[in-house]
Design a protein around this ligand. Sequence first.
Ligand code: NAD
Length: 495
Amino acid sequence: MPASAPFASDTNSTPPPLPIAVAYGDGIGPEITTAVLRILDAANAPLNYDVIDIGKAAYERGVTSGIPDDAWEAIRQNKVLLKGPITTPQGGGYKSLNVTLRKALSMFANVRQVKAYTPFVDSDHPEMDVVVIRENEEDLYAGIEHQQTREVAQILKLVTRPGSERIIRYAFEYARAHGRDKVTCMTKDNIMKHTDGLFHQVFEEVAEEYPDIEADHLIIDIGAARVAAQPEQFDVIVTLNLYGDILSDITAQVAGSVGLAGSANIGSDVAMFEAVHGSAPDIAGQGIANPSGMLMGATKMLVHLGVADMAQTIENAWLKTLEDGIHTADVYREGISERKVGTEAFTDAVIERLGEEPVTLSPVRYQPARIQVEPSPTPAQEKVLRGIDVFIDWDESGRDPDVIGQGLNEAAATVDWILKMITNRGVKVYPDGLPETFWTDHWRCRFLPADADSISFDRVLDLLGALHEAEWDVIKTEHLYTFDGRRAYSLGQGE
Ligand code: NAD
């Protein structure tokens, strides 16, 4: 329970206490969590803390996820987790606790706001104020990887319509709730036309429903380069999981304030708030860690919980502290800072300023913003099976594509299938490949039925049976479909 506090916020009525789970974390976690809770208590934030023990101690007791059963229960019951950074042990089959929490509790959105605080914190981009909204569950992070030949490893990139719609709608709702003007989508759909193409297409569809917000799209490579060079051009960015992972670190780095950024992971039921940085074992226990990143996570938590006035009071006191030049060692600069302080003295300075606002930096203004989004049902479509890609492990000397091509064609002809083409690493090598193309032991062989437009699964089994009979090493298959007549698979390079 919050301790009695020297500062009373401006609210007229006292809201009922809101339950949250709190994890102190590892390394500097306990120091910065204690600091943040002191500030929340001093501001009379109406919170009930349910302290849970996750991370290093749990890992060491043999819980490979780092999250014991009672902690799971507490997080699911409280629905909000304020979390100190966790040390992930190297090796030993331990799983990243953050990834486990995000996936298991379906926290689909990761939200990171990165701002410059010049002239009080050094940054080459004083106007920068970017929010990166990253899809948190799909894409290459679904973790579906295989190696099926000696030379080739693969990963499945999953992009779904509901998953894309949910994160994109969240980004537009976030922009509206926070008075932001523009949402930029970043994908690589010039190359990944079906996966990134789906994300981009859903973005265009959803953007039409928000005519008050400017919407644009950039290819991720030029987009990331522009974020690094001119971050002040961006407002809200929404993107897929991997690009978002990289972009959110770029934004934090160019702002010069990695240690000052908070991070929110939002799901329909559960949300988790923390600092962007890790457990900093190199400075743990020294009393010098900066609690600002976790404090910024906590203010976003208060907005999520509907006590936006508290978030505003705390963040403005924190901005005034920065502005007064009271800085922890990571931010301290001769000539800019007034006083170098440790964690406790910095915390005291923020508490002393509760009720004050910054003068040079812009004060924050928050509205309660619990954003709830649900994807719409995917419309019915006519799905027709047209053919099949069969992947073969083949490593005969010379690896001549004409040899595998003729061999497969002969086997397929016995059951009325035609080999349309073979690609190796996506490049067409049969028929009529180029001798310069590099060949591995992993061959994607596209078969179409000789005698029908649409085919049955039995016909696929006939083909696989014939290939197996002829001793081809089939390692996997991908069905080729059309949806409402639209081709839903990529062509081979050069097809
Ligand atoms: P880190 O962010 O912990 O530290 C990087 C550097 O920044 C270090 O020099 C550290 O001293 C400094 N630093 C970080 N936070 C600071 C703060 N609040 N005040 C002052 N200086 C600060 O990154 P790392 O060293 O790569 O990771 C350490 C551990 O943290 C690893 O076990 C990693 O897996 C874990 N980690 C956890 C999270 C999380 O729980 N969300 C995130 C990232 C890393």
